[in-house]
Design a protein around this ligand. Structure first.
Ligand SMILES: *Cc1c(COP(=O)(O)O)cnc(C)c1O
Length: 390
C-alpha cells in the first residue's frame, strides 16, 4: 500500500513526512483571518478487498498505534426517536464512547501513531477543549508530551481532563482563533509536531474512520449523515472516508452529508452561499463548534459543492432542546455540539423521505460541559428530611 499527500488546491503530490503540513506552494497565499490554504489530503493508491480492517486504510502501520481503544463506537437504533418521528432507518453513531469521550480521539490516535513512527516526542495543540483533552489522553497512552493552548473560557471539565492526563496546559486570554495563532508561533520556535485541526493532515485522515465503520456496520452507505460542524475537520474526514470507500469500489455514491452549524457560528453555511469567508465573531453555547474562521473551510466548501452536500444552522435553543430530548428519550447525554446533528435532523426532517437511511453523529459526552446542560433541567428546590415534605 502506498500513501502520499496531495494538495487539495493545486493537486501537487508530496511524500508524507513531518516536515510538511500544508502545501508549501498554496500556503504562500495564506491570509490571516481566512481558512487554511493548501490543505493536504492523504491519497492511497492500492486496492482493498471486502474483508478490510480499518488499519488497512490508514497511512501509518498498525504497530505504531497506542493500545488505548479508539473508535469502533456503537452505531445503534434509537427506537423511541424512530417511533416519534416515523423514521424507521434512523441511526446514531455514538462517538461519546471514545476513551476521552469525544470524536476527536479518532484524529489524536492517528497523530500519536504518526509521532511514534517518526520518533517525535512533543505535540502541540490549540483547542477549545476536546482536541486538547483528546490529545492529552491518547498522548498519555502513547508516552508523548503534550502542550495545549486553550481559551481561558473553555469548559472546566475539558481542562481538568487535560490536566489529569498530564498535559501542559497554557490558557489564552482570547478565543480559539487566538489560541491557534499563538500555538503556531510556539511551534515555529520549538520545532514540535502540531496537532492543530485541519493543519495537520492526519487530523482529517484520522476522522475518516467513522465513515469506514458506518459502512462496516450497515454493509452499505447511508443516504444521509448529519455532522456537527465548526472547523469542518470532522466534515472533511467523513467525506474522505466515503471517498476512499468509493475509490475502492465498496460504494457507488457518496451519501448526502449535512453539515450542521450553530446560528452564531455559521461561517461555512455562509461561505457555501457567497463563496467567500468573512470572519465572524462566533457566539454559541456549543463551544466545540464555536469557530470564527473555520480552519478547513476551503476544503469542505469544495467537497460540499462537489458532492451536493448541505449546510444548515440551528439556534442555541434548538441545540439545548435536542440535547435534553436525546438524554430523556434515549439515555444519550451529549454536550451541545454533540446534539447539534440531531437538532439539524429535526429541522430538516420534513424534507427527508421516511425510509431514508440516516446517521446522526453524536460527538461529545454531556458531562464535558455541565453548565450548558443545566439550562434545560430544573434542580430540586430544597433538601428534605421526611417524605411528608414532598
Ligand atoms: C470538534 C468537535 C466538533 C466539530 O468538529 P470540527 O472538525 O471542528 O467541525 C463537534 N462536536 C464535538 C463534540 C467536537 O469536539
Amino acid at each position: 500500500m502506498k500513501f502520499y499527500y496531495q494538495c487539495s488546491e493545486c493537486g501537487k503530490n508530496y511524500e508524507i513526512t513531518p516536515e510538511i503540513m500544508v502545501c508549501p506552494e498554496c500556503s504562500k497565499s495564506q491570509n490571516s483571518n481566512k481558512p487554511l490554504r493548501g490543505i493536504l489530503e492523504v491519497i492511497c493508491d492500492s486496492e482493498l478487498d471486502n474483508e478490510f480492517s480499518i488499519f488497512d486504510f490508514l497511512p501509518i502501520e498498525k504497530r505504531f498505534f497506542p493500545k488505548i481503544p479508539v473508535g469502533n463506537t456503537p452505531l445503534w437504533q434509537p427506537n423511541n426517536l424512530r417511533n416519534e418521528f416515523g423514521f424507521e432507518n434512523l441511526f446514531i453513531k455514538d462517538d461519546t464512547c471514545n476513551p476521552t469521550n469525544s470524536f476527536k480521539d479518532r484524529a489524536s490516535y492517528l497523530v500519536a501513531a504518526f509521532a511514534k513512527k517518526w520518533g517525535i516526542k512533543e505535540i502541540v495543540v490549540a483547542s477549545t477543549g476536546n482536541a486538547a483533552s483528546s490529545m492529552a489522553g491518547i498522548g498519555a497512552s502513547a508516552n508523548l508530551n503534550i502542550t495545549i493552548f486553550m481559551p481561558e473560557s473553555a469548559p472546566k471539565a475539558k481542562m481538568i481532563q487535560s490536566l489529569q492526563y498530564g498535559a501542559k496546559v497554557i490558557t489564552v486570554a482570547g478565543n480559539y482563533d487566538k489560541a491557534f495563532d499563538l500555538s503556531l508561533k510556539y511551534l515555529k520556535k520549538n520545532n514540535f509536531l502540531s496537532r492543530n485541526t485541519a493543519y495537520n493532515p492526519m487530523t482529517i485522515e484520522g476522522k475518516k474512520t467513522v465513515s469506514l465503520e458506518i459502512y462496516q456496520s450497515l454493509k452499505k452507505s447511508p443516504d444521509f449523515v448529519f455532522v456537527p460542524t465548526g472547523d469542518g475537520a470532522i466534515l472533511g474526514g467523513v467525506y474522505k472516508g466515503f471517498k476512499d470507500l468509493k475509490r475502492c469500489g465498496f460504494i457507488k455514491i457518496i451519501p448526502t452529508i449535512v453539515a450542521v452549524q450553530a446560528e452564531g457560528s455559521n461561517a461555512i453555511c455562509e461561505a457555501l452561499k457567497s463563496d467567500e469567508f468573512s470572519p465572524i465573531e462566533a457566539k454559541t453555547i456549543a463551544d466545540s463548534i464555536s469557530v470564527g474562521i473555520p480552519k478547513n473551510g476551503y476544503y469542505v466548501i469544495q467537497q460540499l459543492e462537489k458532492y451536493n452536500g448541505k449546510c444548515i444552522t440551528v439556534s442555541d435553543d434548538e441545540i439545548l432542546t435536542a440535547q435534553k430530548q436525546l438524554s430523556s428519550s434515549e439515555g444519550l447525554f451529549t454536550e451541545p455540539a454533540g446534539a447539534a446533528a440531531f437538532a439539524g435532523f429535526k429541522k430538516m426532517k420534513n424534507n427527508l423521505s421516511k425510509d431514508a437511511m440516516i446517521v446522526l453523529l453524536a460527538t461529545g459526552n454531556g458531562l464535558k460541559d455541565i453548565d450548558s446542560a443545566m439550562e434545560k433541567v430544573k434542580f430540586p428546590k430544597r433538601a428534605i428530611t421526611s417524605l411528608e415534605e414532598l
